[in-house]
Design a protein around this ligand. Sequence first.
Ligand code: NAP
Length: 310
Amino acid sequence: MTRILQIGPLSERFNQALATEYQVTALWLQADPQAFLREQGEQFEVVATSARFGLSTEQMALLPKLKAVCSFGVGYDSIAVDQARDRGIPVSTTPDVLTDCVADLAMGMLIDVSRRIAESDRFVRSGKWEQAGFPLAMRVSGMRLGIVGLGSIGQAIARRAGGFDMPVRYHSRRPVADSAYTHEADLQELARWADFLVVACPGGDATRNLVNAPVLEALGPKGYLINIARGSVVDEPALINALQQHQIAGAALDVFAKEPNVPQALRDMNNVLLLPHVGSATVQTRQQMEDLLTANIKAFIESGKLLTPL
Ligand code: NAP
């Protein structure tokens, strides 16, 4: 029987269902996970993990019989994909099923930070409304939206922005074939044009600090940054500096450089919306992601093929 190594917990329902159907070992329940892998790593052929728990180079090296990695989420920057490719080990994620919810949240964050929704909620709760009116906010409809990464999520955000009559341009390494939106090869130029810059590209070394001080400066004092991608894509100290110096108008962040640690400087700023990495976190989508993870594991064990490989 195929032995599965589960790196971290998902929902109780998922953990139990997987353990009922297959021979599963929970790595996070081992007293010393690294020592456990050194001693028993050779028995596992399939790894079940998530974008959050990943599978490091060190862990993968301790799994000599590994045949497939099945992950929950679409981000794979936490998984040693280069090593997997070199060893001919296929990796699956859970694409498409989470696209709509992440795009919904990105639009929600954009509207929140510009119309100051969370900030005005704090204003009412604190009793300040009784002393003064709330300051004016920034319009959303008709404003310019720049998207970094016009993949599944970026395109879903662009479609939603159409409902707000927002002109859309995007930056990626290659223009998307047949796209109605203008491609901007230079990210700084996109930031200069945009009122809102939404980051929706993968994390990892290739995009590390892609949104840096010059990009933020180009976004300008009336521009907002929205990040639903990965904390690593934005140079966090440069972002804090740009906010403190009022080089940009505000930011809405679902992801951070060192989650769950959020720098105090960001927490102290009223024009920054902070979310605990909840892009796909709805009951319906998380269920579909777990179902797709299970389907990938089942398909690999039964046919040797993953349903949604990278
Ligand atoms: P996708 O369909 O693979 O699209 C990725 C896009 O990023 C493509 O347009 C790609 O175009 C672009 N890109 C890749 N490398 C780039 C680079 N170096 N510079 C500029 N653009 C680059 O991925 P997706 O499904 O839309 O997901 C995007 C990311 O969102 C995921 O990788 C994940 O990290 C993040 N995410 C976050 C949450 C959350 O909870 N906040 C949830 C789901 C996903 P080119 O290849 O042409 O450059």
